[in-house]
Design a protein around this ligand. Structure first.
Ligand SMILES: Nc1nc2c(ncn2[C@@H]2O[C@H](COP(=O)(O)OP(=O)(O)O)[C@@H](O)[C@H]2O)c(=O)[nH]1
Ligand SMILES: [Mg+2]
Ligand SMILES: [Zn+2]
Length: 297
């Protein structure tokens, strides 16, 4: 039987059986455990039943992608949660996470929370930001957990998928999780259903079921502010859609042009002509510098 690991309780894994549509507890035999290595929430596994309601893990599918920390596999969507204010939106944070997801092959979406804090005078700035991101192919979803604005759209985006939230602390990820999943906070330290032997504490990441179908990881807050060594300046460059941002195909003199100070660079030329928004170019230069400083070479 095929299942998805949704968490761990003591020595057992919580597995949701995909055909039966119910949760069981499964053991990993010692030898298999050695072969499999660690198992994470999101891992797709094969389980067999030995006796009634006694399950054992017999295999695990190769991971499509993963994030470590927090230890979650096969994500369909990483939702980057920032806030319009309190804390104020910092685009660099958005793109650090977006690029980290990009190198891991995880699709990312950007949510701007706390739109209830948008002052009337700030409205043009929000519209301009949305247009700039729309042009780049990264639509911004504006929400307010407080007023409920945009939450229906967000539920539709999460439906049927395995997702995780990422973003700086204070942007409302926990509040969002609680809005999406009533009772999300209650799901810790469960009692073993059969032995009732004390409380086996839940360890690691847990996938919480969405009422509409789909799963969200319960570990908001991994904001990974520094690039790992895998994020080189070239990776940062390749994570931006230069053609869409400049409105023309990119033909620099050098194939490996980083669009910084190289001669006959078509990105730089577009920037100097005013065809590339300075917000994008400034952001890009800062991110490349971070990738250089972060031991990326
Ligand atoms: N004004 C406003 N405050 C919010 C909203 N969503 C969350 N907050 C507040 O922002 C603070 C941080 O929220 P929290 O969920 O703990 O953020 P996290 O660190 O990302 O998990 C709390 O005081 C929330 O009540 C919102 O839509 N509007
Ligand atoms: Mg939180
Ligand atoms: Zn160039």
């Amino acid at each position: 039987m095929r299942g998805i690991v949704i968490g761990r309780v003591g020595p057992q894994f919580r597995v949701y059986l995909l055909e039966d549509r119910r949760e069981v507890r499964a053991w990993a035999r010692r030898r298999l455990w050695k072969d499999l290595g660690d198992l994470w929430a999101g891992d797709l596994v094969e389980v067999q039943t030995i006796l009634a309601d006694d399950y054992v893990l017999t295999g695990v599918a190769p991971r499509r992608n993963w994030l470590d920390p927090p230890g979650v596999a096969n994500l369909d969507l990483l939702l980057i949660v920032v806030s319009w204010d309190a804390p104020p939106l910092d685009e660099r944070v958005v793109h650090r996470i977006r690029i980290a997801a990009h190198v891991r092959g995880i699709p990312a979406g950007i949510v701007v929370n706390k739109l209830d804090l948008l002052k009337p005078g700030e409205h043009p700035g929000w519209v301009a930001l949305q247009e700039r991101y729309h042009q780049a192919g990264w639509p911004l979803l504006g929400i307010s957990v407080r007023t409920g604005l945009g939450l229906e759209d967000l539920r539709r985006q999460l439906q049927g998928r395995v997702s995780a939230l990422a973003g700086p602390s204070g942007t409302g990820k926990s509040a969002l999780l609680n809005a999406l999943i009533p009772g999300a906070r209650l799901r810790t330290g469960e009692v073993h259903p059969r032995t009732r032997r004390g409380r086996h504490t839940t360890t690691g990441t847990t996938l919480l079921p969405l009422p509409e179908g789909g799963w969200v990881a319960d570990t908001p807050g991994f904001s990974r502010s520094i690039f790992g060594p895998e994020v080189t300046p070239a990776v940062v460059r390749d994570a931006f859609p230069w053609g869409a941002l400049t409105g023309r195909p990119i033909r620099c003199q050098y194939d490996d042009c980083l669009h910084l100070r190289e001669p006959h660079c078509s990105v730089r030329e577009a920037y100097e002509r005013g065809d590339l928004a300075p917000e994008w170019y400034d952001l890009y230069v800062q991110l490349v510098a971070e990738a250089q400083g972060g031991g990326g070479e």
